[in-house]
Write a protein that binds this ligand. Structure first.
Ligand code: NAD
Length: 301
């Protein structure tokens, strides 16, 4: 029987609806409207689409957004100056540096320059350290979105074997940390997994993926995960976004794996919309943190 589709688009819409209510309640308490500032350097077509989508999503839930466009030739100092200005601006709660950056820019130095309280991508070493210690301030958007998706599709990970393919700082590594943690924003049932992390140097990848109750592919290579790599009844989450002649495809051979898995995400319409929804979640959270920081209160208020 074909796997059930995990409809990321519909679940992201549900989360945005919840956020709209939360933003309205935040404003009713006299707090300032949350504001996300996106920094876009250069003319990369995909980046322009991503930033536009994020701005539109902000608008839908009542979050203000700013776009700071800088030319392809921007220097490291100019970009650091922009980040510094946004760090000092009390009207800006979240800062998003759209990646990739042009080759003359040292990406790590720029991401490290974002004030940790405004780091809505959760890339700053302070925020990564807090996650690794099990006391997160902000969660990285894609792994957090996947946890929300699993929860809302009634997938339990506690005590199960989760195999994450990919070890990037943006997806693979934080995904493994969140799944292995004792608890999550959706409760302990969507944490407490036994996690294996696979990567480009993993030997006998198929042997490992076939043991997975939950298989998460974040590789960036079209259709790398074939049906023979998946255990019958496994839950399969496809993070990959690959532009091919066939259009956008994931890392999973969807048509074939669908016949083996119990639940599966499509591409597009799977993980992507959740990433954007969790960025909005983090922006509201950042506004709460900064308000609390300025007033010496708990960020939960
Ligand atoms: P990355 O290039 O930084 O990391 C890819 C990882 O895959 C590496 O850790 C590498 O070791 C591993 N890998 C490469 N070849 C492999 C192989 N043959 N076998 C096993 N592992 C292999 O990429 P990333 O930033 O983690 O992104 C991964 C994919 O997810 C990309 O397609 C990206 O576009 C997509 N992505 C989607 C979203 C979303 O919201 N849906 C968000 C971020 C990234």
């Amino acid at each position: 029987m074909a796997a059930r589709l995990m409809d990321g688009k519909a679940i992201a819409a549900e989360i945005r609806q919840e956020l709209m209510v939360s933003v309205a309640a935040f404003l009713e308490h006299g707090h300032p409207r949350p504001c996300l500032a996106a920094v876009l350097v250069g003319e990369d077509a995909a980046s322009q689409v991503y930033v536009r989508n994020k701005q539109r999503a902000c608008e839908q839930v009542g979050i203000d957004s700013q776009l700071h466009r800088l030319p392809e030739t921007t220097t490291q100092d100019e970009l650091l100056q922009t980040v510094g200005n946004l760090n000092r601006d009390n009207g800006v709660h979240g800062i998003l540096i759209q990646l990739p950056l042009p080759s003359q820019i040292d990406e790590t130095q720029v991401l490290d320059a974002v004030a940790p309280l405004k780091d809505v991508d959760a890339f700053h070493p302070t925020n990564v350290g807090l996650i690794s210690q099990g006391r997160p301030r902000y969660l990285p958007c894609t792994p957090h979105g996947i946890q929300q998706l699993l929860h809302r599709c009634e997938v339990t990970t506690a005590g199960r074997h989760a195999v994450v393919i990919g070890r990037s700082d943006i997806v693979g590594k934080p995904m493994a940390m969140l799944l292995a943690a004792r608890d999550s924003t959706c409760g302990p049932a969507v944490a407490n997994a036994t996690v294996s992390v696979c990567h480009s140097r993993t030997a006998d990848l198929t042997d490992i993926t076939r043991q997975a109750d939950l298989l998460i592919a974040a590789i960036g290579r079209p259709k790398s995960i074939t049906a023979d790599m998946v255990k019958s009844g496994a839950v399969v989450v496809d993070v990959g976004i690959n532009r091919t002649d066939e259009g956008l495809v994931g890392d999973v051979d969807f048509a074939a794996v669908r016949e083996v898995a119990s639940q599966i995400t499509p591409v597009p319409g799977g993980v992507g919309p959740l990433t954007v929804a969790m960025l909005l979640f983090n922006t509201l959270s950042a506004a709460r943190h900064q308000h609390a920081h300025q007033n010496g209160e708990s960020p939960r208020s």
